[in-house]
Design a protein around this ligand. Sequence first.
Ligand code: ARG
Length: 587
Amino acid sequence: MSLLSDLTTIVAAGFEAAGLDASFGAVQVSDRPDLGQFQCNGALAAARSAGRDPRSIARQVAAQIESDHRLASVSIAGPGFINLTVTDRTLAGCMDAMAGDERLGVSPVEEPLNVIVDYAGPNVAKAMHVGHLRATIIGDTLKRLFRFAGHEVLGDVHFGDWGLQMGMLIVATRRRRPDLAHFDRSYGGPYEEPLDVTLADLQAWYPEMAREVARDEDVAAEARRATTDLQSGRPGYVALWEHFVRVSRASQERDFSDLGVEFDLWYGESTVRDLLRPLVDDALARGVAVRSDGAVVIEVSRPGDKAEITPLVLETSHGAFLYGTTDVATIQMRVADLRADLILYVVDSRQSYHLEQVFRAACRAGLSGRTVMEHIGFGTMNARDGTPFKTREGGVLRLGDLIEMVTDAAATRLEESDLAAGYSRAERAVIARQVGIAALKFGDLVNNRTSNYVFDLRRFTALEGKTGPYLQMAAVRMDSILTRASRRGLAPGAVLPPHHETDTGLVLRLLQLPEVIDRAMELRAPNHLAEFAYEVAADFSRFYEACHILTEPDPGQQASWLEMVRTARRTLELLLDLLGIEVPARM
Ligand code: ARG
């Protein structure tokens, strides 16, 4: 159900009647609104394949479809573009149908898939930094989008809670706190809790330890031993690890909740720990994996590869499983237990090589079945000088601090513009938080996902232009019109044919929703949603300037315009919800 698909059906039939393939009839929104609202470029391609003159094909198709009652005009331009404009009555009818539909005219997918979105990926003992921010924001939008489209979606945080880092943290803790019962082999528990090893301690110890491990083979061996002991279930180490996991997760959940992000699954790399040994042994037994210099590897290169892809190491010569091993085992679990049809990995583009190895390894090992695995990569968020965003001191900026920064910037903006001035302190704080998060999310999502972008707080928090706060203001304004109308006893009613440039513009815009959703899904590209939300708000504001809704004397016209406001508001609400942006109750 969409105007564009109806038009495509009409034009496709025109091509068929002209003895040409219906697929040439695809209609799109016009690039030249001065010539028509829609266009079809199919005559050019049809002419190439039929060896005919494109203009004559276009004329023939135009003659076929001209009489359709939904079309106000059909014309031909340039080498054979067919331009179409629909009647105002048709627009009104489509608008009414959209307004009357719960899903605003967007049909759910016919074949719902089990989709897993793997995103955020925080790690034990590390505060999340801006690198995790994009994964979180983009992943959350894709999760919401796929769910809205009708798929069964699970968002999994894929917590980094297993592997050598855990052994390193155990060694680091032992150095500072050798007295802890956790290190006494003769002690059988219970272990002290709360343990006074804080997340801040772990964060400080970890980088030091990492440097030492890289430098000193003895320390590296010690960390490996601790890891193996943990993995084979030494009780003191397990208790310590559980503590690490607990404090890390508590802090990360606070950040996620500030961002309005929730996960369906808080699985970690450790969730599949019992699958690792059998997976490797089985791959070896079947000859899929081989021993190479004491390690177990799985060959993943394929004929036709343009660049070499090295084998994925499943087990090191020291008997350790790696990041990639847990990733392969996680695929096994997601396919076998969660019955995933599609897994989206929303992970920094810099991990594309790793993920390619993992996907191929899972496939070679016969673990992925028909499940499709896709890396949804993204670029980095940079500072103005083009380098990855850091703190003023040059350190990695923590997500929690960043959230505070955008909230403060939003509060300043609100103050500058005299917004929310009369509200209580508490309400102003809530609004500043909502506006700050909107600025941050929209500033990210509006970019092409694979590009890098510059983090610019002034620009992101602007109340005018392509920003989150601008969209929130537009939504609040729509709400206020609807509230004022309803206080006067005015209700939205049947949509009349639009006749101003601005109400026609708004209707034409809103009717594009189904295609925008499709495109965003297909390309896994939230920027299409963000752009469209902006266009809706901008068209609405033009309409609102030109059409004086509340003072309109004709009640039918007024009710029709109110229905347009309501539908614009619902459309914006849907889009903002998909983008994870909340609208303040007032601003
Ligand atoms: N924890 C990883 C990191 O911080 C990201 C995890 C991405 N997901 C995955 N299945 N590998 O880099």
